[in-house]
Design a protein around this ligand. Sequence first.
Ligand SMILES: C[S@@+](CC[C@H](N)C(=O)[O-])C[C@H]1O[C@@H](n2cnc3c(N)ncnc32)[C@H](O)[C@@H]1O
Length: 210
Amino acid sequence: MADSKHHGVLGAVYAAKRPEEVAALYNSWSQTYDADMSAAGYRHPTICLALLARHLPRGAAPLLDAGAGTGLIGEWLNIAGYPEVEALDISEGMLAQAARKGVYSALHCLALGGHLPFADGAYAGIISAGVFTSGHVGVEGLDELIRICRPGGVIVLTVKNTLWEAGFAARITELEAQGLVTRIEETRPYISMPGEADTVPSRGLALRVI
Ligand SMILES: C[S@@+](CC[C@H](N)C(=O)[O-])C[C@H]1O[C@@H](n2cnc3c(N)ncnc32)[C@H](O)[C@@H]1O
C-alpha cells in the first residue's frame, strides 16, 4: 500500500487550483513517486502503452510524453521500440527524475492547457497518462495536442470520469463531428490506482488525428 505521505500529496494535487501549486507539489513528491505509484498498483502507463502499441507502428518518431512525470512511460516506450521520445512536464523535479532514466531525447518544462511552442504536426504520436484528471489539466489542453500531432498520428490519453462527464466526452464528440479526430479506441472505465482510496474511475482513449 502507498504510505500516508502519498495519500496526502495526491489529495493535495487533486485539490490544487493553480499550475504553480501543482508543480510545487510534484517537485516535493518526485523522489518517491515511482515507489509510491508502484505500491499503489498504478495502471495508467500500462494501459496507455498497450493502446499506443496497438495503433502506432514500432519506430514511429518522434513521440511526446505529455505530463511525463518521472518518465515511467518513456522507459517502457523505449523498450517497446519507439526510439525517440520527448518529455514535457510542468514540474522540474519530476523532469529531473525523468532525465535520470536517460531515455528522453528532449525535456520540456512547460504547462499543458495553453499554447505549446511546437510546430503543427511536430509529433508522430502523443501519450498522456494520468494528466487529464482533477486539479491537473482539463479539456482545454486537448486542442494543442491535436495541433502538434501530425495527420495520421495517434494521441493516447487517460481521462478521469469527473472530467469526462464535465465536458470532455462532449468535446470528443464535437472534434469527431468537425473531422479533426477519430476515436479509434475507448476503454471501459477502470480504477487507476487500486491501492488508493480514490475510487473515481478513468478511461483510456486513443484518437487518430485526421
Ligand atoms: C499523475 S502524474 C503522471 C505522470 C506520468 N505520466 C505517469 O503516468 O507516471 C501527473 C503529471 O502531470 C504533470 N502536470 C500536472 N499539470 C500539468 C500541466 N498543466 N502541464 C504539464 N504537466 C502537468 C505533473 O507535474 C505530473 O508529473
